[in-house]
Design a protein around this ligand. Structure first.
Ligand code: IMP
Ligand code: MG
Length: 201
């Protein structure tokens, strides 16, 4: 299953044959991701024992990490989801976040763990944390699978960090370009021709 030295095995890249030609490079293999998620799940299990854990996922990207992470948290817990989108057509975050779907549950007194796919500028997360804090949870922490420390614009406290990655546009494991590639089990970059330019989306 694992690739040769460059981490790009046939089995991995052919997961979706139609996407094969679009993938430039696999940055993190599916197996590496699964190993890290298991570790994070074990840490969260220890930290939240006896607490009233509520996992809050940020749609759409976090649905994949939520599904895998939650099965490594061996505690009673509840789920909720919110959907947000940055204003504008740009894939660069503006820091202005629109809530498309709010939470169903009341956060007051709950131990809330916000699960994010990726922290890029950090602006989305900063907005969400500020918003969720006003709902008076007993505690509020963040688990983010990927982080781009080189381009992060605001300081956000991510207690459970998966991987630091370079400041490049990535897809797979929940992350999309134009709503595609979310079902790839690994994290990869796309050939620039896929998004029609040399600058990246
Ligand atoms: P931020 O507000 O700049 O931190 O951006 C956060 C959101 O932008 C993430 O939750 C993703 O939905 C999206 N995003 C940021 N970087 C990438 C990427 O490399 N690929 C796909 N989506 C991304
Ligand atoms: Mg997201």
């Amino acid at each position: 299953m694992q690739g040769e030295g460059n981490g790009r095995s046939t089995a991995l890249t052919e997961h979706v044959a139609e996407y094969e030609q679009d993938i430039e490079r696999i940055l993190i293999s599916g197996e590496q991701i699964q190993d890290r998620i298991r570790e994070l799940g074990e840490r969260i299990t220890e930290d939240y024992r006896g607490k009233d854990l509520l996992l809050v996922g940020v749609l759409k990207g976090a649905f994949v990490v939520m599904a895998d992470l939650s099965r490594h948290i061996r505690l009673p817990l509840q789920f909720d989801f919110m959907a947000v989108s940055s204003y504008g057509a740009s894939t660069k975050s503006s820091g202005v976040v629109r809530i498309l779907k709010d939470l169903d549950l009341d956060l007051e007194g709950r131990d809330v763990l916000l699960v994010e796919d990726i922290v890029d500028s950090g602006l989305t997360l900063q907005y969400l944390l500020k918003n969720l804090r006003t709902r008076r949870p007993a505690s509020l922490e963040v688990c983010a699978l990927f982080q781009k420390p080189d381009v992060q614009e605001v300081e956000v406290d991510v207690r459970y960090r998966g991987f630091d990655i370079p400041p490049v546009f990535v897809v797979g494991y929940g992350l999309d370009y134009d709503e595609r590639y979310r079902n790839l089990p690994y994290l990869a970059t796309l050939h620039p021709r896929v998004y029609g330019g040399s600058q990246g989306p």
